[in-house]
Ligand binder design. Structure first.
Ligand SMILES: O=C[C@H](O)COP(=O)(O)O
Length: 248
């Protein structure tokens, strides 16, 4: 099945507001492939300005995180309702930095996915193993549990637009990556896990690879049958390298 590739940037806590606007001004001058879906997940503070600015550029702006309640006494959090109100219809969920530093577990991530879907916001769910889990041969067990817990209580129709990113934690920001065939093997396995839950949804769902993706290695990942794109941290912060990734 034909799946449109996605190149998604995750800016994390890096650029300032003025740098984010400068990034967009620069990228608007560059020619970007229409064959690729382009998403930038940005800090919540900049989302409204960025969404107003991207208009017809073909770039989608998403949030890096959100809470699962609509409103209430949750100091420091933002809700899916708030995202929807500013036309932010994409959100990263379960990034390993959220899981590790902010102690988010699979149950919380499942609640967040349900809340996003309820509001018509498309989640991009991150999964992946740590270095010690990899060394212990637990990669497949880990991603299976993460996918099954994230999908719990959700129908095939609920999940039709979800995007998955497989990000081995040991590859994030390290310059070390699995080979493209190792990433392909795990991503193919994730597709099989999805097939076990929701049948042929597995054929249409887009699964990205993330972890030290750069303009000089993107092609090898994109050449793999089951890898539908990349979730990129560091190399998405600069318009020149982000555009090189989009035009891989
Ligand atoms: O969400 C993106 C990933 O954490 C990858 O980050 P990186 O490209 O800087 O390794």
């Amino acid at each position: 099945m034909e799946r449109r590739p996605i190149i998604a940037g995750n800016w994390k806590m890096n650029l300032t507001n003025s740098e984010s606007i400068k990034f967009l001004d620069q990228i608007f001058q560059m020619s970007l492939s229409d064959n690729v879906e382009k998403i930038i997940y940005a800090p919540s503070l900049f989302l409204k300005d960025m969404i107003e600015k991207v208009t017809t550029s073909g770039i989608i702006v998403g949030a890096e995180n959100c809470y699962y309640e609509d409103k209430g006494a949750y100091t420091g959090e933002i809700s899916p309702l708030m995202l929807k109100d500013i036309d932010c219809l994409d959100c990263l969920i379960g990034h390993s930095e959220r899981r590790e530093i902010f102690k988010e577990d699979d149950r919380l991530i499942n609640k967040k996915i349900k809340a996003l879907i309820k509001h018509g916001i498309r989640p991009l769910l991150c999964v992946g193993e740590s270095s010690s889990e990899k060394d212990a041969g637990l990669t497949k067990d880990k991603v299976k549990v993460q996918i099954e817990s994230a999908f719990e209580g959700l129908s095939r129709d609920d999940l039709k637009d979800i995007i998955i990113a497989y990000e081995p934690i040991w590859a994030i920001g390290t310059g070390i990556t699995p080979t493209s065939s190792e990433a392909e093997e795990t991503i193919k396995y994730i597709r099989d896990v999805i097939r076990g839950i929701h049948g042929d949804l597995a054929d249409s769902i887009r699964i990205l690879y993330g972890g030290s993706v750069k303009p000089d290695n993107i092609e090898s990942f994109m050449a793999e049958e089951n890898i539908d794109g990349a979730l990129v941290g560091g190399a998405s912060l600069n318009p020149t390298s982000y555009s090189a990734l989009v035009n891989y």
